[in-house]
Design a protein around this ligand. Structure first.
Ligand SMILES: [Zn+2]
Ligand SMILES: [Zn+2]
Length: 398
């Protein structure tokens, strides 16, 4: 069956490239993916999927659809994110973005097309599938504060789902390679804000004021000891301060100072332990320097943790379908993904489909105005999604 899926995926290549270019030309920002959703719905309805739901998070964005609803057996979900980013494309290509200031610069256009390709194959072989499939076309992966995944989960898209898989096209992995990893594959991302309150006064008379700026500066340098002295050196954490605000003039000691930063961790336990550590050090410094400090944490995305069995299954699907040569170990990425939310609820696996090819100019960074994709890798992605679904359902049915 996997050979057949691979052949069918190869045949989908040119049609899904066209579709990818359509999505690329017509990008839509997070929670505004209305035309994108409509286009997906048109195709998915024709393929005979049932239980089609659209419009999540109080918007007209996002779609889920089921195959083989009447069948007994497990259900596997396949997820693609569908949103674009707020930047202006600098690629000179025939399918360049037609919308100024909006661009598919992360590859979600390819994710959408590949999941449609996989859906086409799965609907064609649905009688051979020993279980059910749910497609999740997810809006707003890039939003950060209102995650598409978290929102859709809240609206029940994982109900009845036994396992979930997703992929990300990845420009720093060479074309023709697929990266797998069990355990953490992408970091968590959270942001924080510290306010240090002192007492304003004249710059010439510091003894009559309480200077929050020098306390904030001490917080900045000492905060790095959270990473260097309190975390296992083999446990990767990044703490960055991105913004400092303090004062209005050279001769005034201000009332308060504000620091803003972000923190990335690669284990859920470490992520949970970080706020206490930061707060303790910050409070200690502020107290010692007669200031009052407060820390506010805003959680963005959790660590994306891959289930070991599912990751092995995905890897062996790739070896059987595409050969040992295409498989490599994915790097642990310090970027983050809201696929992580699915993995917190059901076993999940997320893998990287390489699309980096220097000659084709497809090795530029994600989120850059020159990001582009090697369309020749689409059939492998289509095959992987459909092949994984078949393999998971077959193994479960045993
Ligand atoms: Zn992105
Ligand atoms: Zn992305």
């Amino acid at each position: 069956m996997l050979n057949k899926i691979r052949e069918l995926a190869d045949k989908q290549g040119s049609r899904m490239t066209e579709l990818r270019h359509y999505f690329h030309s017509n990008p839509e920002l997070s929670w505004q993916e209305v035309e994108t959703t409509r286009k997906i719905a048109e195709i998915i309805e024709e393929l005979g999927f049932e239980n089609i739901r659209t419009g999540f998070g109080g918007t007209e964005s996002g779609l889920t659809a089921d195959l083989n609803l009447e069948k007994e057996g497990p259900m596997v979900a396949l997820r693609a994110d569908i949103d674009a980013l707020p930047l202006t494309e600098e690629n000179d290509i025939p399918y360049r973005s037609t919308r100024d200031g909006v661009m598919h610069a992360c590859g979600h256009d390819a994710h959408t097309a590949m999941l449609i390709g996989a859906a086409t194959i799965l609907s064609g072989i649905k009688d051979d599938l020993p279980g059910r499939v749910r497609l999740i076309f997810q809006p707003a992966e890039e939003h950060g504060l209102k995650s598409g995944a978290e929102t859709m989960i809240g609206e029940g898209v994982l109900d009845g789902v036994d396992a979930i898989a997703g992929l990300h096209i990845w420009s720093s992995v060479p074309s023709g390679k697929i990266g797998f990893r069990s355990g953490p594959i992408m970091a968590s991302a959270d942001v924080w804000e510290i306010t240090v309150k002192g007492k304003g006064g004249h710059g010439s008379m510091p003894h009559n004021a309480i200077d929050p700026t020098i306390a904030a500066a001490t917080v900045i340098t000492t905060m790095q000891t959270v990473v260097s002295r309190e975390i296992d050196p083999q446990d990767t954490v990044v703490l960055s301060i991105g913004q400092i605000e303090s004062g209005t003039a050279a001769n005034i000691i201000p009332e308060s100072a504000t620091l803003k930063g972000n923190i990335r961790t690669t284990s859920p336990e470490t992520r949970a332990a970080i706020p206490e550590k930061m707060e303790r050090i910050m409070k200690g410094i502020c107290t010692a320097m007669r200031c009052e400090g407060t820390l506010r944490f805003t959680n963005i995305y959790p660590v994306t943790v891959n289930d070991e069995n599912l990751s092995d299954l995905a890897r062996s699907t790739a070896v059987e379908m595409l050969g040992e040569n295409c498989v490599e170990k994915a790097p642990l990425l310090m970027g983050s993904e809201d696929f992580s939310y699915y993995g917190e609820k059901v076993p999940g696996t997320f893998f990287l489909l390489g699309c980096g090819n220097k000659e084709k100019g497809t090795n530029n960074q994600h989120h850059s105005p020159r990001f582009n994709i090697d369309d020749d890798v689409l059939p492998s992605g289509i095959a992987m999604l459909a092949g994984f679904a078949w393999k998971f359902l077959s193994e479960q049915g045993k």
